[in-house]
Structures are given as C-alpha cells and as structure tokens.
Design a protein around this ligand. Structure first.
Ligand SMILES: *Cc1c(COP(=O)(O)O)cnc(C)c1O
Length: 384
C-alpha cells in the first residue's frame, strides 16, 4: 500500500496491502523455523539468527499495529501481561512509578507483589484526577506513569494529554494500556504518550482464540531497545501460528469495534432507564464523570465495554448473569461473542469493584437481541 495514503481502516483491512513478492499470495505464510542459516562468510545477512528474538510471521502484525497507532515500531508478546510487565522490568530497582488504583486486576496484583519485591516503588493513585497524578510524581525519581483508559471495570477515563505533560515535566515516560479503546477510537501517542500497550487477546485479535500482547513506541530509543531485549531474553514471544491469527483478526478490527460501539451506546442509554438497573457505567453517557475527556480523546465511539449495577445487590447481579441465554458467562472481553461477568467474584478480596456490578463486553451479535436477553434476565432474577 504505497505511501500509506489510505485511511487506517483500509490499512487494517489489507494488512498494509502486503502481497508476497514471489507467489503473489494476498496472505503471508506461517514461518515455522526456529533457527536461520549463517552465510559462508559467517554473517547473518537476513538479520535473523534464532526465533526467540523474532520471527518473520510477526512482521506484518507489528508493522500494521505500528501504523494504526501512528508509532515508530511495535513488538508482539506472548500475552498482555508479558507486554505490560516488560514496561516495568525495563526500569531499575529503586525507580518510582505511578499507576492507577483502578486498573486491570492481574497487573495491579503483579505491581503490588512481584514488582514491589523486585524493588520498584509503586504509587497507586486516582488516575482520573490530574492533580492526584501531579502530586504523586517525584521529579527525577519517577520513571514511568501508567494509565489505563477507559479503565477496567468501571470505565473511568484518564486525560492522556494532561498525564503526558505531568509525566514529561517530571522526567518520566507515559505508558497507556489502550486495550479497551483500541486504535480505532484513540491513538494515545498523538496525545503525548510514549508507549501504548494492548492485550491483543482482546479487540486486536477479536475472536477469543489466542492469548497475545503488544507494545507500540513513539520512537526507537534506549528504553525501546531494553523492551526488545527483555522479550528476546525471557522468550515472551508469541507463537508463530498465534501471530498469524492475530494478523487475521486485526483485518476486521474496524468493523468489529464500530459495530460494538453502536450496540454498547444504545444499550447504555436503554439500561439507564431500566427499573432493575441502579447505574450504568459507560463513557458514552453524557452523565458519566469522564464523558467530557472521553469525547475529546475517543473518536467515532466510546467503546464496546460497559458495566451495569443491578438493583438488589450482589445476589441479584449473580442471579441475572445466571439467566442470560445469548450472552456468555465468561471473563475476558473484545471478542465477537458478547460476555457477561460478575466482576467482583473474579477479582477477589480487596477489589475496588462494586459487588452489584456486571461487566458487559458487547460483541457483534444483533444489539436488540443482546438488550432483550439481558432485560429478560434482569426481570426473571428480580421475580425469582
Ligand atoms: C486482558 C487485559 C490485560 C491482560 O492481558 P492478557 O492478554 O490476558 O495477558 C491487560 N489489560 C487489560 C485492560 C486487559 O483487558
């Protein structure tokens, strides 16, 4: 696709327009090789040595994601967790980091346990409040500020541009977990972020059939070299078949996300007036606290994730989830099939998640079917 003059949606659909130079295939092969032959003069002219560092099957997914995010380079990882943890392991013991209080629970746990034992000083702050971020950074000591926006599972919105200014003034980098927004809706690097992280398990792949992660950088600097080295040394690479599936999934990223946004917006508006729903958490509702920032930062929709708080508390919420027929009761998000989850049950003790909350990942089914199914489940649970 010469000069990348087409829109991001067109670039994604055609994986940058790649055609195999020899066979003219429109889809790349899967390279299974774990090692590469040296030249007679002892050099590695292909640039490939051993597949713990990289694999040609990664190239297309990494180039496409870098283009979609407007970044210099991308790296795909074995999981979202290995991509996110690499961002912290690329720092040094004694460094200070500022991270959100409300964020993906497994990363929060890792930061509170492993990362802290390893020697990072971790401050958990309310990252929706710029003054809280500004008060937490320590100029010269803070090396990384981390955001997740919208943030699991209450979808609070952080102001990326304001956080970038705060981080950079203190000499720190800004990393953004943009799993939920996807490059369809938000490109964090345009707002000043240095690193974008994705659980590619979710929307990028979109079909609930691989675990994968990704990082995209604004520039190729020493920090990026450390991230690449960490992946090669720990071997937190994606398998080659999974990398191929990820690229296959990313080709439909735009229509999937746009469809899910439309259904989620309409569902949020309808559940806001539902007699068995106490509250709807969705950045697309004008009454939502983070709506104004989301409207600035998210283009073309507010995402496919929302949560409802069920009247009658935890028991009513679990009873509702038990009575859906179309929604699937499962953890995870961003797949073509819609998922419902009583989130506090999986996050366990100490979770900031309210016990009456059901997390909804809206897929690509008919939006009216999804509303009707959850509506009947809420009514039957209420009458049970
Ligand atoms: C799922 C998820 C992760 C973790 O990714 P894995 O691919 O499961 O390791 C991190 N952040 C967010 C927002 C997620 O939804």
């Amino acid at each position: 696709m010469k000069g990348l003059k087409f829109s991001a949606a067109s670039q994604a659909a055609q994986a940058l327009g790649w055609i195999d130079p020899v066979t003219k295939a429109v889809v790349p092969p899967i390279h299974m090789a774990s090692t590469y032959q040296r030249d007679e003069d002892n050099a590695y002219s292909s640039g490939r040595v051993y597949a713990r560092a990289d694999n040609p099957t990664f190239d297309q997914a990494e180039a496409t994601l870098a283009a979609l995010e407007g970044g210099a380079k991308a790296l795909i990882f074995s999981s979202g967790m290995s991509a996110a943890s690499a961002c912290f392991l690329a720092l040094a013991p004694g460094d200070h980091v500022v991270v959100p209080k409300v964020m993906y629970w497994a990363l929060r746990n890792w930061l509170a346990t492993f990362a802290t034992h390893w020697g990072l000083e971790v401050d958990f702050v309310d990252a929706e409040i710029n003054d809280a971020l500004a008060a937490a950074v320590q100029p010269g000591r803070t090396k990384l500020v981390w955001l997740e926006t919208p943030a699991n599972p209450t979808w609070g919105v952080s102001d990326i541009a304001a956080a970038a200014e705060i981080a950079h003034k203190a000499g720190a980098l800004l990393g953004v977990d943009s799993t939920v927004a996807t490059p369809v809706l938000t490109r964090p690097l345009e707002f000043g972020a240095d690193i974008v992280m994705h659980s590619a398990t979710k929307y990028l792949n979109g079909h609930s059939d691989i675990i994968a992660g990704a990082l995209v950088t604004a520039r190729e600097d020493a920090y990026w070299t450390r991230l690449r080295t960490i992946r090669a040394q720990l071997g937190t690479i994606l398998g080659q078949t999974e990398a191929w599936l990820l690229m296959r999934g990313m080709r439909t990223l735009f229509p999937r996300v746009q469809w899910a946004c439309r259904s989620a917006q309409s569902m949020a508006e309808r559940f806001a007036d539902h007699p068995m729903v106490a509250d709807v958490l969705y950045p697309g509702l004008p009454s939502f606290a983070g709506h104004a920032v989301a409207a600035r930062q998210m283009k073309g929709g507010f995402g496919g994730m929302l949560s409802i708080r069920v009247k009658g508390g935890e028991r009513a919420a679990i009873a509702t989830a038990a009575r859906v027929e179309l929604w699937k009761r499962a953890t995870s998000l961003g797949g073509v099939e819609s998922l419902i989850e009583h989130r506090a049950s999986i996050e366990g003790p100490g979770t900031p998640c309210p016990p009456d909350l059901l997390r909804l990942s809206v897929g690509v089914e008919d939006g009216n079917d999804l509303y009707d199914d959850l509506d009947q489940a809420l009514r039957r649970a209420h009458n049970a």
